[in-house]
Design a protein. Structure first.
Length: 365
């Protein structure tokens, strides 16, 4: 091997090796300090894309779990109110039975009437004031969906509303909201849905009746209200659970009670009225029991959805960890390797830089 001074090849090789080793050492130190194998796209572009998609899925699952938990809380509030309503209906039936007894005096019946009416008033108050997050949830107006005038097709008597969530036979109330009412509908009136598909529906005045002839478009602020609420319980679009909260207004003939049970409809002031009230109250009790059963099944479904979402989130986090996270054993060994090589490289560079001194020694000989 020739000995020169203009180009120190060995020193140049040592410097290149040290520079590459420095990059390897920096990468190992970064991975150990951040806990991530992929800190930028240059580390693993494909892996970064996979990890990013998994992060989006995990974030969606986290929010879906929160949504489902809020839905559970909302249903529990409604179910708690129906427990009290059920108790009051049972007491009202008890009063109706007692009122029919021939031993009662006029004063006795008057006392029963007073209590009976107080129970009716309290049920109406519960229906009007049971709220979750500032929303009344038992008066049929919990869910509101705005329908622009351009969404009304007079030719087909259809209303377009993307992912409306309505089902055939469901009741909805039309609100002109201070503007021109949709021709064919009356402001504040309840109608029945004739579902055509997921994004369009027709309306009828009775359940399963003929579609109403829509001859106008209304205004852009009009909306429909209903007792059905859709909860997003998945990380992706359209993963919804819908729950009907029912209508508990005591003066409504088509609500949960199966007929009006307000003070203007039923009473216990006479034997005859008490007997008639019993039949109406029995229907109301059956309706409330059915609604409570619906709440119970919805709670079970939501809790199972939360458990499933939690499992899916755990699996997604484990998958992302395998792609994204640092293997500390491997990176610690890599850091030790690069540190040893760095020390050896510095020593070799020192040796390479000493080679020109050998030429000087020859010249001095």
């Amino acid at each position: 091997m020739s000995l020169g001074v203009n180009t120190n090849v060995n020193a140049a090789i040592s410097i290149l090796a040290l520079q590459q080793n420095e990059l390897d050492m920096s990468r190992a130190m970064q991975r150990l300090s951040t806990g991530k194998r992929i800190n930028s796209a240059q580390d693993d572009a494909a892996g970064l894309a996979v990890a990013s998609r998994m992060s989006a899925q995990i974030n969606g699952l986290n929010q879906a779990i929160q949504n489902a938990q809020q839905a559970v809380s909302m249903v529990e509030v409604a179910e708690g109110a129906t427990v009290e309503i059920s108790s009051m209906l049972l007491r009202m039936r008890e009063l109706a039975v007692a009122s029919q007894n021939g031993t009662n005096t006029t004063n006795d019946r008057n006392a029963m009437v007073t209590e009976f009416q107080q129970l009716q008033t309290e049920m109406e108050r519960i229906a009007d004031n049971t709220q979750y997050n500032g929303q009344n949830i038992l008066d049929h107006n919990i869910s509101q969906q705005t329908v622009a005038s351009s969404a009304v097709s007079a030719d087909d008597d259809e209303i377009s509303l993307t992912a409306h969530g309505y089902t055939a036979g469901q009741k909805v109330t039309y609100h002109a909201n201070g503007g021109t009412a949709l021709a064919g509908l009356t402001d504040g009136t309840t109608y029945f849905v004739l579902r055509t598909d997921a994004d369009t529906f027709q309306l009828a005045t009775t359940s399963g009746g003929s579609a109403i002839d829509l001859t106008g478009a209304g205004n852009d602020d009009q909306y429909f209200s209903s007792d059905v609420v859709a909860f997003q319980v998945g990380a992706n679009a359209s993963q919804m659970i819908t729950i009907a909260f029912g209508e508990f207004e005591t003066d409504q003939t088509t609500g949960v009670f199966g007929g009006a049970i307000d003070s203007s409809t039923i009473g216990v002031s006479t034997v005859e009225s008490a007997a008639a009230a019993m039949a109406i109250i029995d229907t109301a009790i059956a309706g409330v029991d059915s609604q409570r059963a619906g709440f119970g099944s919805s709670l079970n479904r939501l809790n199972m959805a939360i458990a499933n979402l939690s499992d899916a989130k755990l699996n997604a986090e484990a998958s992302r960890s395998r792609v994204l996270d640092t293997d500390y054993a491997a990176e610690t060994a890599e850091l030790a390797r690069t540190q040893i090589i760095a020390q050896a490289g510095i020593a070799m560079l020192s040796q390479a830089n000493a080679q020109p001194q050998n030429v000087l020694a020859l010249l001095q000989a």
